[in-house]
Design a protein around this ligand. Structure first.
Ligand code: SAH
Length: 251
């Protein structure tokens, strides 16, 4: 078993245990859910089409498009989604959470203007796809997840060797990660009810924070620039729909 298969084995074993705990049940489940770790010509072709679609939808940052073209999104999804992994859609990733739609990932990353070696804090690791895009772009990425089961999946992250610049943390994103502050960039990938003050504190002067802020069913994408006097300059963009940013941790 390679690392990824190992992860799905653990995942399916635990999910089956919850449903009755029979060893037989879990091994059948493993066979059914065996992931496709192969990045075939078909996957690559579908990915190129997705990148073209993102261009048509207005994404222009070549570094973002290249990073997304380099990363097999289907590796971050259950094998049941293998054939549709390159549709511009969000998908469930367990614990009631979702992997963001590719357009949303591209849009937020483009707004963040990520540079190589910049320190980026991401709130909401989820599937690890967005953090991988940031790592592929050469940023030093610190990502926080509040759902223990999702956080635990990082232990079998398939690109551990490839991205030593990506670090995973279990915690409440409202608190940020003071140990590594200040950050050049902060990205929130869940619907924030307000601008989290501790994250503003942990942002460098001149740094950018991109976040969807709650407006009922949808959220307005904001980009904040921290000014010399600590105040924020605000730019507002399109509306999106994210899962909520929740306080505290969920074990
Ligand atoms: N960036 C993710 C998107 C996942 S959806 C991806 O590429 O797949 C948003 C994630 O934010 C969920 O996993 C949710 O559990 C997490 N989240 C919500 N509130 C949070 C908080 N306060 N701190 C950390 N993570 C949070």
């Amino acid at each position: 078993m390679n690392m990824w298969e190992n992860y799905l084995f653990d995942f399916s074993f635990h999910s089956c245990r919850k449903q009755g705990g029979r060893q037989l049940g879990s091994s059948i489940f493993v066979m059914l859910m065996k992931p496709k770790l192969e990045d075939t010509y078909q996957h690559k072709g579908l990915r190129r089409q997705l990148i073209q679609l993102l261009r048509e939808k207005g994404i222009t940052d070549e570094a973002v498009l290249e990073a997304m073209n380099n990363i097999p999104r289907h590796f971050f999804l259950d094998s049941a989604f293998d054939k549709i992994a390159y549709e511009d859609r969000a998908f469930p990733i367990g614990e009631g959470q979702t992997i963001s739609q590719p357009y949303t990932v591209a849009y937020q990353t483009q707004l963040l203007k990520v540079g190589k070696m910049e320190k980026v804090l991401e709130i909401g690791t989820g599937s690890m796809y967005q953090s991988t895009v940031l790592a592929e772009m050469g940023a030093k990425v610190y990502t926080i997840e509040r759902q223990k089961k999702l956080y635990d999946q990082h232990s079998s992250y398939m690109f551990k060797m490839k991205y030593p610049n990506l670090k995973f943390f279990f915690g409440d994103g409202f608190e940020g990660l003071p140990a590594f502050q200040p950050y050049d960039k902060i990205l929130i990938t869940a619907a924030a009810p307000f601008i989290p003050p501790k994250l503003v504190q942990q942002l460098k002067v001149g740094g950018l924070m991109v976040l969807p802020v709650d407006e009922g069913d949808n959220q307005r994408m904001l980009r904040l620039t921290k000014l010399e006097d600590g105040s924020l300059q605000e730019e507002a963009f399109e509306e999106f729909s994210f899962v909520p940013m929740l306080t505290g941790k969920n074990r």
